[in-house]
Structures are given as C-alpha cells and as structure tokens.
Unconditional design. Sequence first.
Length: 195
Amino acid sequence: MFDKDPQNDRGRRFARGEHPPDGQHGHGRHRGGGRYGGSGAELRRFFRHGDLRLVILQLIAEKPRHGYEIIKAIEELVAGAYSPSPGVIYPTLTLLEEIGYVAVSPGEGARKLHEISESGRAFLAANRPTVDALFTQMAEASEARGGGPAPQIVRAVENLKLALRLRQGRGPLNEDQLRTIAEALDAAALAIERS
C-alpha cells in the first residue's frame, strides 16, 4: 500500500495532493481558456500528483465503471475543461487494482469493469476532505466554463480524429474505403448543420 511507502512517502503526498518532485502537475489534455479551461498555471494545478487517483476511486465508489466511462465522467464533471487521456486512466486503474483498492471483473467484450473494494472505501473515507475539495474544484471549473463546448461533442470530435489517424496508419486506403469514409464524414456534417 502506498500510504506506507517509506522510499518516497508517496502515500502522504497522495493524500495531501502535493506536487511530484519533478514538478509535473496533472496529466491529460487541457482545453479552452480562462481559470480552469486554459493552458496557464491554474489549469496545470487542476489535478496535482495523486488527485486523479482519488477522483477515479470516488467515481468507482459511486458505481462500477469501465475506463472509458471514467474518462467521460471526468470530462462532464468539469464541462470539458480537462480530459484525461487513456494513457493516464488505464495505468491508474491498474495501480488501484494492484494495491487492492479496486477489483476487476469482465465486462462487455474486452472491457474491464472496476468495482471498489473495502480497502478502497476505507482509503476514500480516510481522505474524505481531499476528495470533497477535489469535487468542489471540479464543480467550480464546470461553472466557470459555462458556455464552453459541450464535453460530449469535444470527446466525439477527438474520437473521430483518433479513428481517422488509426485507420490511415494501417496503410493506404483504396477508392471504396476513401469513398465510404468521405460519405460518412459528409453525412455527419450535414446532420450537424441541420440540428
């Protein structure tokens, strides 16, 4: 358990939300402008070292979730001001599983369903003031973004860009594939324009 890690005192820093020694604050992608939605110093402090673990654990405590559901939940809680990348979420889930704070069961397809354990609940209870402060901070970020882009749309656009990059990375497209992709994109553009 990392609340008794004498080598780097990781657990106590985790609970207090202190910065890691290398000065990196938080992970993932940041969008927009302003106090919580920009690329300035305020946003870099949005999640300090260990904070995201507490947020993820609280979300799993509310209901068992898949990794992708956790990403969506965080985006929605902060109105798109912050979007953790899968490269941050999945390793954090693995860590939480390894230290016994979550249990994993098979979900739909290859998805894993994460459920909080009793030791995870105890850890959350021990860190309740920090958890509450984090969720208050996220609510303030959401309120501050007010008229910002809807997180569902931001996520969908990012998913589309990623799908296109991945498909193009697999090799050249033939004429039928190009036509199919172009038609899908044109249909989506038309549907958006009409909405």
